[in-house]
Ligand binder design. Structure first.
Ligand code: GLU
Length: 309
């Protein structure tokens, strides 16, 4: 698709979203997220052949929250390979993303790497018994390299608030430890997890960072082999089936792309062999996904035909 067409499509999506700005409910479990202006919308598309199109607030940084779980999953799979799947499953959960009951019933093996319990196991694999500060620096450095942008940072206020209010995540952590499914001290795992959730990125940076997922794990622009083609297919499969909390089926139905959302209102979607797309708008639907972000991706796929189905 020529650059002018791509520019016109993202501009049209941003224009169409104006009527919806402010819809949904901004996450309010910590002050730093609660005070974000809900009337914002950004979109960025980075194609496998290096074209970039950005519209709306696509250059405004936001808290990527659970979108970070995709990137830590890549690091953990690269480190543990198949052994990771002895510690975490890959089925949609059908329960709340922070459910404790399900973890009890399933003997400490979280359903998938994108619910909180699963993400804690993944973070533990990244931490690998080392110092939290090093793992946090590794994760942030990984995102900076992928985004090719040193401006990617961690918001210390968000990280501190996550920690101050993260009783449920702490409960999940100790519960996992009781099943011997966390190997580092629980406070260390939580520290890394809270910091990865507090990464601040723009849509442009996020789409750029996710591009390797559209191209067999090989970043087509800087030629970094981030992970293998086989692992890339599997990560995309998990994004498709588990990437949108309890509304992953709905997202697959409406958008038809592998994606991962976070409660900051960001969504990273992958159009295999074509592009990575990031959208952001803070208001969330009941299931915790960006309401306007989902609408925008639905519109974008209708205009481009870039669904995997
Ligand atoms: N920091 C949030 C938590 O773990 C992340 C929520 C999310 O984006 O799903 O509770």
């Amino acid at each position: 698709m020529p650059q002018e067409d791509l520019d016109a499509i993202v501009a049209e999506v941003a224009r169409d979203m104006r009527a919806h700005l402010g819809e949904g409910k901004v996450a309010d479990y910590i002050p730093a997220l609660a005070r974000v202006d809900p009337r914002q919308f950004g979109i960025a598309v980075v194609t496998c052949d290096g074209r970039v199109a950005v519209a709306g607030d696509g250059d405004t940084p936001f808290s990527i929250q659970s979108v970070s779980k995709v990137f830590t999953l890549v690091l953990a799979i690269n480190r543990l390979d198949e052994a990771l799947w002895k510690r975490v499953g890959r089925e949609p959960s059908g329960s709340r993303f922070n459910s404790i009951v399900q973890l009890e019933q399933e003997l400490g093996i979280p359903r998938n790497p994108f619910i909180n319990a699963g993400a804690l196991v993944v973070t533990d694999a990244v931490l690998a018994g080392g110092a939290p500060s090093e793992a946090i620096a590794d994760i942030a450095g990984f995102l900076r390299r992928l985004a090719m942008d040193e401006a990617v940072s961690i918001d210390p206020e968000v990280a501190a608030s996550e920690e101050a209010t993260g009783y449920r995540n702490a409960s999940l952590g100790y519960f996992l430890r009781a099943f011997d499914n966390l190997h580092s001290p629980v406070p260390d795992v939580l520290e890394v997890y809270f910091n990865q959730c507090a990464l601040r990125m723009t849509c442009r940076q996020l789409a750029r960072a996710g591009l390797f997922l559209a191209q067999d794990g090989l970043d087509p622009l800087n030629h970094m082999q981030v992970t293998s083609p086989e692992r890339t297919r599997r990560i995309n499969a998990i994004m498709m089936t588990c990437g949108h909390y309890d509304a992953s089926g709905e997202f697959a139905y409406r958008v038809g792309l592998p994606g991962k959302s976070g409660v900051g209102g960001g969504i990273l979607a992958i159009a295999p062999r074509r592009a990575a797309i990031a959208v952001w708008s803070p208001g969330l639907c009941e299931a915790g996904n960006s309401l306007v972000g989902q609408l925008a991706l639905q519109r974008f796929v209708a205009l481009t035909g870039w669904s995997v189905f």
